[in-house]
Design a binder for this molecule. Sequence first.
Ligand SMILES: [Zn+2]
Length: 404
Amino acid sequence: MSNTDRLYYNDSYLTEFEARVIAQGAVAGHAAVALDRSAFYPEGGGQPGDRGSLNAFAIVDVQSDGEHDWHVLNDQADLGRLRVGTPVRGAIDWAQRLDHMQQHLGQHLLTAAFSATHGYTTRSFHLSANSVTIDLAARALSAAEVAAAEGLANSVVWEDRPVVARFVAQAELATIALRKPPTVTGPVRVVSVPDFDHSACGGTHPRSTGGVGQIVVQRWAKQKNGVRVEFACGGRALRAHQRLNHIGQCSAALLSVGIDELEAAVERLRTSNDVLRNEIAALQDTNLSYFARDLAHRALQHRGRLRVVAQTLSGQPEYLRSVAQRLIDHGIDIALIGAGGERMQLVVASAAASGLDARSILAVGLAPIGGRGGGSAILAQGGGPAQEDPEAVLAAMLEALPRP
Ligand SMILES: [Zn+2]
């Protein structure tokens, strides 16, 4: 048992108290003091320790080592003003404590509801500033199962049943249907919601279930061996609703629909986006075809009986490749495409009938720029540092072509 008289056991709404420092110590290298009595909750059972102050000194965490409940100081220097025997006035951060109490009792109720409705047991509970979760021993969870458990838990909240916490001797313990066997020996603190749940728990709870306000399940996902359920209670549930409502209203306004039409409007937007994407692809294809046909006339050069186009363009490698291939489609024997930019890009397309290997032609262009590339006999592509003018490189490649 702790040497600290835990005032929150009898009154979880106690926010200020008088006490005396009985020991100085450290928690993970941070200065801390122990008191003869305290309303501060030390971290345990998935619930974080309280924050607050002792006299004017900030307390950032409370940890129990079984012997003492250590109130961790924000500032090491405060230890000098909190020597053993010093009387202190303690105050806990009530907003944080109330939030913890709502999430914590909400967890008792939701856990009991999943057990009552579907026989799923809760393996673990986690509460942090950003999320509250339980891990259920279930293979999967359906939306209907979640709705049933959520509904039952909230009905117990709205019935505003009393929450009774008391220490029970081992002999009596056997007569109580505890949700889980206790992990401590000796008298066990049992927290009961009549006709619903009995849990061995050392935590802080609202005095009645109504204090939880509401319990909303936000999402759930399969984990390695169970299902993790994320939820929010009380003030958190309200803030989650406010955030979602803001997102929903803003999104609906952007689409000029009411919030109830939002889902259908997003669906329509997606469909129309797919149609537009296809139309754009078709237009680009047509445009590319016209561009290549025009280029095949405008930039046509003859090397012996070879019909050649050597042209600098700007664009992505894929675009350059498409232009080169279209030029071949439009009767060109050899297409040489170059592009500047951060790296010089070179593309060579060769009509199969020309008998010329695109890779050998590309090699002529890559050699002076120290570039690399590859491809097939009819289409090769490469690039290198863009120190040279692509026009000059294309001219050299053109010059090296045979004149059959
Ligand atoms: Zn509890």
